[in-house]
Design a protein around this ligand. Structure first.
Ligand code: G1P
Length: 265
C-alpha cells in the first residue's frame, strides 16, 4: 500500500505571470479553497497518510495555509461564530516541507523527496492538474496493488496539444492498462501516441537513481520524464487512462471551466 505522496510546488508559474510574482499558482482560489487543497484532498481520498510538499523561497503561503489557525479559531469562538470553524479546517493528513534552493526542474524537485520516502514506492501529484470525479491517484493505486510497478496517469489529448506534455508509447494489455515502451517530454514533432501524462504518478525508489544520473533535458531542466524513460530499461511502467475530468489551472480557460464545473455540481 502506498502511504506517502510528494507534491512538487516549487516552480515559478511562468505561464500565469504576472499574478504568480506574488501568489503561488498552487494558491489560486477555486470556490474559496486554494488549488493545492483539492490535490491534498485527492491524495487523502486515495489512502495517502503522509505528504511532502516541495516548495521554494516564495511559497511560504502554502505552509501558512495548511497550518492551524489557532488565533482565528479562538476569535471565532469568542465572537460566537463557531459555525465558521468548519471553514478553517484543512485535510487531516501529516504534511511536511522541503525547499528546493534552485529551480532546476521537476525531476530535481522529486529527487529531494528521497529522505522522506526512503525505499518505499510513493505517489507524485502535480498541483497544476486538478481532477473532478474519481480521484486519479486512487485509480493508479489499484494498478500498483496488482502489478507492484511504476504507474502513470494519462489522457487522450488532441494532436495539436501533445507538444505541451510528456507523451507515452505503450501497448494496451488485457488489464486495460498500457505497458509503456517509450516516453518523450514535450515532443515538437512525431509524438509517439495521443496519450499525454497528466500529473499523477506512482514510482518505485528506482526513480531516484535515474534522477541522480540525469543531465538537463527539455528547457534546460532536470526532467522527470527523462528519468522515467531510463527506468523503462529495467522496470515495468504502466499507464492508466484516468476516468475523471482533468483541468490544467495554468490555462486560464480550464481554470474558469473548473470553477464553473464545481459550482454546477
Ligand atoms: C509536467 C511534466 C509533463 C506532464 C505535465 C502534466 O510538465 O513534465 O510530462 O505531461 O506536467 O501537467 P509541465 O506542465 O510542468 O511543463
Amino acid at each position: 500500500m502506498i502511504k506517502k505522496a510528494v507534491i512538487p510546488a516549487a516552480g515559478y508559474g511562468t505561464r500565469s505571470l504576472p499574478i504568480t510574482k506574488v501568489i503561488p499558482k498552487e494558491m489560486f482560489p477555486i470556490c474559496g479553497k486554494p488549488a493545492i487543497h483539492y490535490v491534498v484532498e485527492e491524495a487523502v481520498a486515495s489512502g495517502i497518510e503522509e505528504i511532502l510538499i516541495v516548495i521554494s523561497r516564495t511559497k511560504n503561503l502554502i505552509m501558512d495555509y495548511f497550518d492551524h489557525s489557532l488565533e482565528l479559531e479562538a476569535f471565532l469562538e469568542r465572537v460566537n461564530k463557531t459555525h465558521l470553524l468548519k471553514k478553517t479546517k484543512v485535510p487531516n493528513v501529516h504534511i511536511q516541507y522541503v525547499r528546493q534552493s534552485h529551480a532546476k526542474g521537476l525531476g530535481d524537485a522529486i529527487s529531494l523527496a528521497k529522505p522522506f520516502t526512503g525505499d518505499e514506492a510513493f505517489a507524485v501529484l502535480l498541483p497544476d492538474d486538478i481532477f473532478l470525479g474519481t480521484p486519479a491517484l486512487s485509480e493508479l493505486m489499484e494498478v500498483h496493488e496488482k502489478h507492484h510497478s511504476n504507474v502513470i496517469a494519462v489522457k487522450e489529448v488532441a494532436a495539436e496539444h501533445l507538444k505541451d506534455y510528456g507523451v507515452i508509447k505503450g501497448r494496451l494489455t488485457v488489464d486495460g492498462v498500457y505497458d509503456i515502451s517509450d516516453i518523450v517530454e514535450k515532443p515538437v514533432s512525431n509524438p509517439p501516441s495521443n496519450l499525454a501524462v497528466t500529473g499523477r504518478y506512482i514510482f518505485t525508489s528506482s526513480i531516484y537513481r535515474k534522477l541522480n544520473d540525469l543531465h538537463p533535458g527539455t528547457g534546460g531542466e532536470i526532467q522527470l520524464t527523462d528519468a522515467i524513460r531510463d527506468v523503462l530499461g529495467s522496470e515495468k511502467c504502466l499507464a492508466r487512462i484516468s476516468s475523471g475530468e482533468r483541468f490544467d489551472i495554468g490555462k486560464e480557460e480550464e481554470y474558469i471551466k473548473l470553477i464553473q464545473s464545481i459550482n454546477q455540481a
